[in-house]
Design a protein around this ligand. Structure first.
Ligand code: ARG
Length: 462
C-alpha cells in the first residue's frame, strides 16, 4: 500500500503541484486532539459491535494517545503528500500497528470525520471565547464600580443628549456582551449534535452504534440525515456569526474610546501600557490597540462573508470546497481571541478624567428634556412643553447661558397657576438634579443603576 489512503484505483502518483494545491495539513493540524478523541471513541465503538476485537481497540486507543503526545511535543513531521490531519494520524497509526491500524477507518469517511473534529474544536473554542467575554464583562463591571459617582454626557448622533451615570454607561457594554454569550450558547447547542456515523454521505452497511459514540464524545443527540451531515456547515456559520457580533461590539466601543481619549473630548486616560508613541512626535500617546481592535473586526466580518460565499452554491453532499471552511473559521476565532485578550486589561487600566468631564458637563443642555418632563408633570401637554423648552434653549443660545441661568421670572411664568413653579422647575435644572429626576425601569436613575450593578456582580460571580 502506498502512502495515499485512496491510492488503489490510481495508475500513477499524484502531481506534486496538486498535492501542494490540495493539502490542508498546514491549516487543519490544529484539529489533532479532536481527531484523536473522535478516533478513540470510534475504535471503542467498533469493538463493542464486534467489527474489531477489544484488544485491537485497546491497541488503537493507546497508539493514538502516543501519536497525540508526539504531535503535542512537535515531533510529528507534516507532509504535504499526506493531505490533512486525518491522513497523517491514520498513517502514523498504521506505521505503528500495521493491519490493526488499517481497521480504524472501518465504517467511517473523512467526510463525517472532519465535521466531527471541527464540531469538537468549535465546542472547545466557544468555551474559551465565552470565558474571555465574561472576563471583559467583569472589567466593565469594575469600571462601573470605580467610576460610580461620575456623570457623563449621553449622546445621540454624537450630540449631547441627556446625562447618564458612568456606571450606567459601562453596564451598557455588559449587556451587549451578555447577548454575545447567549449567541455563543445557542451556537454550542447547535454544534453539539453528533455527525460521526454518516460515513461518506449515505451511511454504512456495517452494524455501527452511533449512540455509543455520542455518549463517549458528550454530544447531546445524533444528527439524523447522513446526506445533510456531510454537507452541513451551519454550525460554522453560527459560531462565526456570534464572533462577528462580538467583533462589531468591540469595534464600536473602540471607536468611542478613541474619540473619548482625544484632546477635544478628554474623557478618558488610557493605560500607557496599552498605547504607543510616535517615531517623530515626542508628545504622542496613540490608541493603536483600540484602532486595531476596530480594524481587525473587518477580518471577522469578512470571514462570515467568506463562509456564505463558500457555501452558497454547493450541491449535496460533501464537496472539497468545504475544506476552505476552516481557513475562515480559525481566522475569525483567532482574531476575536486576540482582541479580547487586550480589551479586558485595557478597560481595567482606563480612568475617566473626572475634572475635565465635570468642567464641561453643564454645556449642551443635558437638562432640557428633564425640564420638559417637569412641565408635563405639571399638566402641560407634551408637544406644548417641547415647544416651550425648545424656545427657552434658543433664548439661552442668544444670551449665551444655560437653562439654569434663565431669570426667575421667565421660569415662573411657565406655570402661572402654580405658586411653587419656580422651586419646582429649578429642581429639574442642572445636570446633577436632572440625573436625580430619572425614575423609570432600566433608566440611568441612581437606584436603578445600583440595582443593576449589584445584580451583574452576582451573575458574574464577582
Ligand atoms: N481535508 C478535507 C476537509 O477538510 C477532508 C477530506 C475529505 N476529502 C475528500 N476527498 N472526501 O474537508
Amino acid at each position: 500500500m502506498g502512502q495515499k489512503t485512496w491510492g488503489g484505483r490510481f495508475s500513477g502518483p499524484t502531481d506534486t503541484r496538486v498535492e501542494a494545491f490540495t493539502e490542508s495539513i498546514s491549516i487543519d493540524q490544529r484539529l489533532y486532539r479532536h481527531d484523536i478523541r473522535a478516533s478513540q471513541a470510534h475504535a471503542r465503538m467498533l469493538a463493542a459491535v464486534g467489527l474489531i476485537t477489544a484488544d485491537e481497540a485497546e491497541q488503537i486507543v493507546q497508539a493514538l494517545a502516543e501519536i497525540e503526545r508526539e504531535i503535542a511535543s512537535g515531533q510529528m513531521t507534516w507532509r504535504t503528500e499526506l493531505e490533512d490531519i486525518h491522513t497523517h494520524i491514520e498513517h502514523a497509526l498504521i506505521t505503528r500497528l500495521g493491519d490493526v491500524g488499517r481497521k480504524l477507518h472501518t465504517a467511517r469517511s473523512r467526510n463525517d470525520q472532519v465535521v466531527t473534529d471541527v464540531k469538537l474544536w468549535v465546542r472547545e473554542a466557544i468555551e474559551g471565547i465565552d470565558g474571555q467575554v465574561a472576563e471583559l464583562q467583569r472589567s466593565f463591571v469594575r469600571l462601573a464600580e470605580r467610576e460610580q459617582g461620575v456623570i457623563l454626557p449621553g449622546y445621540t448622533h454624537l450630540q449631547r443628549a441627556q446625562p447618564v451615570l458612568a456606571a450606567h454607561y459601562a453596564l451598557a457594554y455588559v449587556e451587549k456582551f451578555q447577548r454575545d454569550r447567549e449567541r455563543l450558547a445557542e451556537a454550542r447547542r447547535r454544534v453539539n449534535i453528533l455527525p460521526l456515523g454518516a460515513a461518506a454521505l449515505a451511511g454504512t452497511s456495517l452494524p455501527i452504534d452511533r449512540e455509543q459514540v455520542r455518549q463517549q464524545l458528550g454530544f447531546d443527540a445524533l444528527a439524523s440525515n447522513s446526506l445533510d451531515i456531510s454537507s452541513d456547515r451551519d454550525f460554522v456559520l453560527d459560531y462565526v456569526y456570534a464572533l462577528a457580533v462580538i467583533a462589531l461590539h468591540l469595534s464600536g466601543w473602540a471607536e468611542e474610546w478613541i474619540i473619548w481619549s482625544t484632546t477635544e473630548f478628554s474623557f478618558l486616560e488610557l493605560p500607557d501600557a496599552f498605547c504607543t508613541g510616535s517615531s517623530i512626535m515626542p508628545h504622542k500617546k496613540n490608541p493603536d490597540v483600540l484602532e486595531l481592535i476596530r480594524g481587525k473586526s473587518a477580518r471577522v466580518i469578512a470571514a462570515l462573508q467568506q463562509l456564505f460565499i463558500l457555501l452558497k452554491g454547493l450541491p449535496l453532499a460533501y464537496n472539497r470546497d468545504l475544506q476552505e471552511d476552516k481557513v475562515a473559521l480559525f481566522h475569525a476565532h483567532d482574531t476575536v481571541e486576540a482582541c479580547l485578550q487586550v480589551a479586558a486589561p485595557l478597560v481595567e487600566g482606563s480612568r475617566f478624567r473626572r475634572e475635565g468631564i465635570a468642567a464641561r458637563l453643564e454645556d449642551g443642555f443635558l437638562d432640557a428634556t428633564t425640564l420638559m418632563e417637569g412641565l408635563v408633570e405639571a399638566g402641560i401637554p407634551l408637544r406644548a412643553a417641547h415647544e416651550i423648552v425648545g424656545k427657552l434653549v434658543r433664548d439661552c443660545e442668544q444670551r449665551r447661558c444655560r437653562l439654569a441661568d434663565l431669570p426667575d421670572e421667565i421660569l415662573a411664568s411657565l406655570l402661572p397657576h402654580r405658586p411653587d413653579a419656580l422651586a419646582f422647575l429649578r429642581s429639574r435644572l442642572g445636570v446633577t438634579q436632572a440625573l436625580a429626576a430619572f425614575r423609570s425601569h432600566a433608566s440611568t436613575a441612581p437606584s436603578e443603576v445600583q440595582q443593576q450593578l449589584q445584580s451583574w456582580k452576582q451573575r458574574l460571580n464577582m
